[in-house]
Design a protein around this ligand. Structure first.
Ligand code: RAM
Length: 338
């Protein structure tokens, strides 16, 4: 199974024309009349292969639509590290910002200012509170993401025992929503599994690696680690792969196939899940371009063409949903390259 579909070239051309002709809220150079729209992509932090994939998708959409896409971002995924980048984008008068938020409120004022200067705001991957953005492009339903990870860990530890969560940063909207749902579902549906601790690796490889070591040391009966972050799961798998815990402590959660392949192949990891981050960046940029062109406003019921992914409809609270998470294991991991 691959995440590809046919490029709707005609639609892309029409949208590109619309953007050029309209130029509303564009790159601050409306007098020139051409290429007026720039979209700034702002991941949680730079250097994360997950966001490299989403930016590849954003650039692909930009090329199809004739829109300039620029990625900027902080080195660390801390709550307000994105603020200066938002301010700069607003000063440049970019048409839209596409941002994965490190915190639901810390960047709110900056986003509000950018919006009052005419910049449209699309959150993707990790939302802010809804009043700070026009649209949130969600990768999959939070319930689906939470349930899938519990199914995986339950299967891998034989349905009982102690587990721990290794998350991203403590304020991340997306991970916190998934963790809250996992906690609820554990209490109701998995009476024999005990969540003994949740720790935060800040989406930093070394911090996540060290937190894995500490978890294993403080919980000698630990049977599984669930890491709902691609940075965390890769660091946890790397630690476990050369330790006495390999084959004894399950590592699962959300990972990219390219980062996890060696740990699936060497038997450290049985299976994990994820959506396609390239498609996520592509869809978020398509939504941003439609907003910047004035084709949609982000109201519930608005529809827009997202190139090769087809038509999408804005749902309640300005949410657009990409699809379902997908499970990767030894049988299929060779088929993916991101
Ligand atoms: C990391 C980031 C991102 C999250 C994925 C699963 O790359 O925390 O926000 O969606 O993991």
């Amino acid at each position: 199974m691959k995440f590809t579909s046919v490029l709707a070239a005609g639609t892309a051309a029409v949208l590109a024309l619309g953007l050029t002709a309209c130029g509303s809220g564009g790159g601050g150079d409306d007098a020139g009349g051409t290429d007026a729209v720039t979209i700034t992509v702002l991941p949680k932090n730079l250097g994360n292969p997950y966001f490299e994939a989403s930016t590849t998708g954003a650039e692909e959409a930009g090329e199809e639509l004739g829109v300039t896409v620029e990625e900027v971002g902080p080195d660390t995924a801390s709550p307000d590290a994105q603020v200066p980048f938002i301010n700069t984008a607003a000063q440049q008068g970019v048409g839209a910002l596409v941002v994965s938020a490190n915190d639901p409120t810390a960047i709110g004022d900056a986003l509000e200012e950018a919006r009052s200067a005419g910049t449209k705001v699309v959150t993707f991957d990790s939302d802010t509170e809804p009043q700070f953005r026009d649209i949130f492009v969600n990768q999959a339903s939070p319930e689906g993401i939470a349930d899938k990870q519990l199914e995986l860990v339950a299967e891998q530890i034989g349905g009982e025992g102690e587990i721990a969560i290794l998350s991203a940063s403590a304020n991340a909207t997306n991970q916190n929503a998934w963790i809250a749902l996992m906690e609820e579902k554990l209490a109701s549906d998995y009476p024999d599994i005990e969540l003994v601790e949740t720790v935060y690796g800040d989406d930093d490889d070394q911090t996540s690696f060290d937190k894995t070591a500490a978890l294993l040391q403080s919980h000698p009966d630990l049977k599984g680690i669930v890491s709902p972050t691609t940075v965390g799961i890769a660091a946890a798998a790397r630690y476990v792969s050369t330790s006495e815990y390999k084959g004894k402590v399950a590592v699962t959660g959300l990972g990219t196939p390219n980062q996890m392949r060696e740990y699936v192949e060497d038997g450290t990891v049985e299976a994990f899940a994820l959506w396609n981050p390239t498609d996520l960046g592509y869809l978020a940029t398509q939504a941003a371009a439609a907003l910047a062109a004035g084709d949609i406003t982000g109201e519930e019921g608005d529809t827009f063409e997202a190139g090769r992914l087809g038509e999408f409809t804005v749902g309640a609270d300005g949410e657009v949903l990409l699809g379902d998470p997908y499970v990767y294991d030894e049988a299929n991991i060779g088929d993916f390259d991101f």
